[in-house]
Design a protein around this ligand. Structure first.
Ligand SMILES: Cc1cc2nc3c(=O)[nH]c(=O)nc-3n(C[C@H](O)[C@H](O)[C@H](O)COP(=O)(O)OP(=O)(O)OC[C@H]3O[C@@H](n4cnc5c(N)ncnc54)[C@H](O)[C@@H]3O)c2cc1C
Length: 386
């Protein structure tokens, strides 16, 4: 007769603590699951909240106001945190491979790792440009602009932000205002390969944003494809050059290469294709949320943090259902969203269902929403050990 050994707890592995996995931690704190073995994997010990990064660069927030303390959050949720980026997944073996060589087994895994900047392997970028993704890089960018502010050279400080999406627009505004407040002469350029800024927004919104850039003296270079980044200039494909003491690389979103060839169904851009329950369409043990996933039923859903935030509660209930073998809840994305871009001058540029406002109240609203999101998770404390 063989005696059955002790039953192993099902293991839930969270890879990347973005907007949705963060909520799983909060739910595991509020509603402890002693029968679940929770492991979280992250690039660093902090998750920086992207929406507040432009305000942080401008000098309006300290790092501790925009960053989640992951060791504390994971401990509060009763889990174990491993700090090493995930670099691969083997769905058949049910393991995730980390950069430090560890292989972590799982029963269910939830990927929430965001995106990488497009074209970041282009010449000179690794050595000569500062990136913002993963968001922990925002701290390096802040250090770089503080160095520009503090340099003893009387020269105008030149900054090129490559990529004129919402993030590039906000970061260019944040850096310009930071240097202006410090009284540094500066020249900030926003460089964009397409013929327009803020793709995906209306013409009216774009015009308003262009006026704001012009008012701040931020130079817009449209139709300018960057070929190489040099230490002191950006070289364009047509051979022209833009002087730059600091180049920030903030181009469009691309998928993490770890998913290529792993055996999961991906969309044509390499993002994990998920069903209405936020599970990989080819493997129901693999969940993917936020920007690293594409919804098979709603493939045009924008890659924006607001969607990842709304996925959080559905993800949590879906993971519990998977562990307990019950029916999962269905996710349906909201039809539109409130977009507020920080112009970093005490105002923000708001768009909602055709309403456009560049105002102090829009900034007040954005600050309130963002601080509210942070406050919800920052207060979690690990349970006392007796
Ligand atoms: C400057 C800036 C401002 C923005 N402002 C807004 C805004 O106001 N509103 C809005 O809706 N969107 C905004 N966005 C877009 C927004 O950042 C993304 O859409 C959003 O962050 C995606 O959320 P996510 O939860 O999918 O991933 P993320 O927020 O990117 O979180 C992913 C996490 O996973 C970690 N990670 C990455 N790779 C790995 C790996 N291999 N292994 C383990 N961990 C990993 C990262 O360090 C990070 O902590 C902004 C983007 C930028 C750059």
């Amino acid at each position: 007769m063989t005696l059955a050994g002790p039953k192993r707890k099902p293991r839930l592995l969270l890879v990347g603590i973005g907007h949705a996995n963060l909520q799983v931690l909060q739910r595991m704190f509020a509603d402890p699951q002693p029968d679940v073995d929770l492991i979280a994997v992250s690039v660093s010990d902090k998750h920086h909240y992207s929406a507040m990064v432009p305000g942080y660069l401008r000098g309006g927030y300290r790092e501790d106001q925009i960053a989640f303390d992951l060791p504390r959050l994971v401990a509060a949720a009763g889990g174990k945190l491993i700090q090493s980026p995930a670099v691969g997944i083997d769905p058949e073996a049910q393991t995730v491979v980390l950069q430090d060589g560890q292989e972590i087994g799982y029963d269910f895994v939830s990927f929430n790792i965001g995106t990488k900047a497009d074209g970041q392997d282009s010449p000179g970028i690794g050595e000569n440009a500062v990136r913002v993704k993963p968001m922990s890089q925002a701290v390096n960018l802040k250090r770089a602009i503080v160095r520009l502010r503090d340099t003893t050279s009387p020269e105008k400080q030149r900054v090129a932000v490559v990529g004129a999406g919402a993030a590039g627009f906000e970061v260019a505004c944040g850096i310009a205002e930071f240097l202006d407040v410090a009284g540094r002469a500066r020249e900030v350029s926003l460089v964009e390969s397409s013929d327009r800024i803020l793709t995906g927004y209306s013409d009216r919104f774009r015009k308003k944003a262009e006026k704001i850039l012009a008012r701040k003296g931020i130079h817009l270079h449209l139709g300018s494809h960057v070929a190489t980044v040099h230490p002191d200039e950006v070289e364009l494909a047509d051979g022209s050059r833009i002087s730059s003491h600091l180049t920030v690389w903030l181009t469009g979103a691309t998928a993490d290469p770890m998913f290529q060839g792993a055996g999961l169904d991906l969309d044509e851009r390499g993002f994990i294709l998920v069903d209405d329950y936020l599970r990989s369409v080819s493997d129901s043990r693999v969940f993917a949320v936020g920007d690293c996933a594409t919804l098979a039923s709603y493939p045009d859903t924008p890659k924006a943090g607001v969607y990842a935030v709304r996925q959080g509660p559905v993800l949590w209930r879906g993971l519990l259902a998977a562990i307990k073998g019950t029916a999962p809840p269905r996710y349906e994305p909201q039809s539109g969203f409130l977009s507020i871009l920080n112009t970093c001058d005490g105002r923000a540029l708001l768009w909602y269902k055709g309403l456009i406002s560049n105002s102090r109240w829009a900034w007040w609203l954005k600050d309130r929403i963002d601080r509210g999101f942070m406050a919800k998770y920052q207060g979690l404390e690990p349970p006392p050990t007796f």
